[in-house]
Every structure is written in C-alpha cells, then in structure tokens.
Design a protein around this ligand. Sequence first.
Ligand code: HEM
Length: 417
Amino acid sequence: MTPAHVPLGSFELSDPEFWLRPREEREGAFLTLRREQPVSWSDEWEFEGSPFPKGPGYWSLASHEDVWHVSRNPQLFSSGRGVNIGDMPIEISEFFGSMIAMDDPKHFRLRSIVSKGFTPKEIARVEDYVRQKAAAVVDRLLEQFPERECDFVAEVAAPMPLQIICEMMGIPPEDEERVFRWTNVILGVGDPEYAGTFEELMMVAMEIYQYAQALGEDRLKNPKDDLTSIMMHAEVDGERLTAQEFGSFFILLVVAGNETTRTAVSHGMHLLTQHPDQRDLWWNNWDAHTRTAVDEIVRYATPVVHFRRTATEDTVVGGQKIEAGQKLVMWYCSANRDDTVFTDPYRFDITRTLQPAQVGFGAGGPHFCLGANLARREIAVMFDELRRRMPTIHTVGEPDYLQSAFINGIKRLRCAW
Ligand code: HEM
C-alpha cells in the first residue's frame, strides 16, 4: 500500500467521518503528522445523544518514540482518568475498563489476581482447547458450505476467540451467542450498525454485569477448573475480589479477548490473500516463520487503534509542552508505521523481527496486553488449521470495515476455497 498525500489542515482525527476515509488517506494523514507535527492538538467533537459534555481536546501522538515514552512512564501519564478519548465519570470508565482504567497500586492488585489465569501453565492448559476449536471451525466450513464460500468473519475469525475466552471463564456454550452480542455493542460504539443509544450501551453493560455476578457467586460456592474460580478464590494481601470488581473484570476480559483477536485473524487472511508471495513463504515453511508472521499481522492490522493517558504534572513530550491534566492519545496505528523503527513500514513482510518494537499489544509499561501470548497462539493455530486443511482459502473483494477510532475492525469479508 502507498499512503496518499494528505496535507495538514485537510483532516481531523476527531471527525467520525475521518475513520470512514479510504485506508490510503488515513495512512497518509498519519504520515503527514509523523513528518510535520508528531505531537498535535485535536479538538473534541460534540456527539449527539452523549450524556457527557464535550471534552477539552487532546494531544495526538503519532511517532513511535513518543508513544513508547508515554506508555512506559505511568507516574507521569495516568490511566486512572480514562483510557479512551472522551471523558466519562471515573466510576463508569472503571466499570467498563476495570484495571485497564486504573493506576497502581489498584491496578497492580487486580492484575496480580487475574495474571494467575495467564501463567504459562494456564496457557498450556488451553492450548489443546485452542487446537480443538480451530479444528472444529474448519470441520464446519468443509461440511456446511458445499458452495465453498462464506463470510470469513462470522464463520472463521469470530467463533474461535469467543469460544476460548468463554471456555477459560467457564461460560457454558449455550451462552456464547449472548456474550458475542454484548461485545459487539460495546466495541461497536461509533458505528451506526451496532451502536444504538447510550442507554442501550448501559443496558448491555448491566446485563453482562449481572451475568458475571451470578457466575462469580456460583464459582465461589462450587469452584471449578476455570478462570472465574481462580479469580474468585485468589487473595492478594488477604483480600479477595469484590463481586463488583469481578463484574468489571469480566467485561474487560470478554471484550479485550474477543474483538481484538477476531480483527487480527480477519486482517491476516486478507493480507495473505493480497500478498501471495508472503503466504507461500509462510505456509511452506511454517515453523521458521510463524513467530514473526503472527507479529507482523498484528503490527500491520493494529487491531487496537489507540489508548489514552492523562498527564499528572507539567511535562514535555516530543518537544511539546504538556500541562498537568491534559490528555494524550497514543495512536498505535501510526507508531506501527514509523519508518525510524520499521524499514519500509507499508510493506507486509512476515520475516520482520518485530518484538518488542511493534506496539499492537501496547508499547510496554504496566498495562501491556495480558493476553498477548494467548492471542499469538490463537492466531498461529487458526492459520495452521487453515493452511493444512484448506490451503486454497482466500478472501474475495474488499472488507466491510467497522467505523471506529478505537478498533480497526472488519465486519464482513467474503472468502472462498
Ligand atoms: C490480537 C489480539 C489482541 C490485541 C491486538 C490486544 C491489544 C491490547 C492493547 C493495545 C492493550 C493495552 C496495552 C497498554 O495500555 O499498554 C491490551 C490490554 C489488555 N489485553 Fe489485550 N489484545 C489482544 C488480545 C487479548 C486477549 C486474547 C486477552 C485475554 C483473553 C487480552 C487481555 C487484555 C487485558 C486484560 C488487558 C489490560 C491489561 C492491564 O491493564 O494491565 N488481550 N491489549
């Protein structure tokens, strides 16, 4: 892909329409920012129906260096005042975001509890399950689509991550459909197809929350071999999670573990279709390239487009004075195209050595994606099943993208084999 020429002054990152512009133009806009104004001021917009007042604006960080710096200095750049652009009352952002919207020591306490579910031992435990689920997805494709064509997102990319996180949490299969609908509403905010009113969003959140509380209480009484039981029984400094903390955690996990991985797998399939040389290289020499190929998919796709921090004191970022209380948005999508770090950044190259520089899972610091290794396994195993059993699978036409400044989502994408 070649970014278009998009001069300063011809775009606004806060404009929802910006996120509908062709990819080349959006890439071009961020390229212009990195070259000419790596730290730039963006005004916020008023959104119809939002119960919250219009925010005061934010600093947009486009360069890898600045995103890296802000992510790794949590004392100076707080998560506890919100991690998305718009401001919400702190209780609401903690309700939706749990520890992702907290600073240490609160964050550390919660992360210590949930990390127990993401130890290498736990990941190894779910590994067999990941393999079974990926195999079942492919079985279904082969059995139920004699015309050898279907929607890749609905049939391939979406089911697996959802089933894995539900399995880890101990959610029964008959409830998966509900969880899927909930996560779509939460992350689809901004896209007219999914996001209804703010009331609808809060209603969905309450539904998840009640569901989580019932599940948590059940596991407190009847512990099983799942993450919910581990979390409900874990103690840090003699304290257990409250039902409310568990409810928010549940929202964070089902949302964070689902759409992100689905997005990476969907982009991955499309990228491999557009770059048959890279696909042949990987699929013919699987073990040699899997580690780098998976991270290149995550870099190229950058499923999570941004997170935000708030300055706790006056400081300077990239030569720009930042005042205490001002918001800074880390545009991961731009940092992942920075040519001071990635040679020829618009080229999809499965042999790049990327770790730790690619920022698709965050740019380091206390909030670095807890599920990164699980997500890497899921992506690798899904493509392994596809390559072995459906080696001709490819996407057809262009993806139907989600309109969002937060998730680089794909709603629909035809595939054939
Ligand atoms: C390709 C898939 C994924 C991507 C691109 C992704 C991306 C991210 C990013 C960018 C962050 C914020 C990092 C920061 O602020 O420094 C994050 C945090 C997080 N992710 Fe992921 N993620 C993925 C998959 C998963 C999965 C599968 C899970 C769990 C099942 C998960 C659980 C979490 C949690 C719990 C956090 C919050 C960590 C904290 O605040 O300490 N993620 N992820």
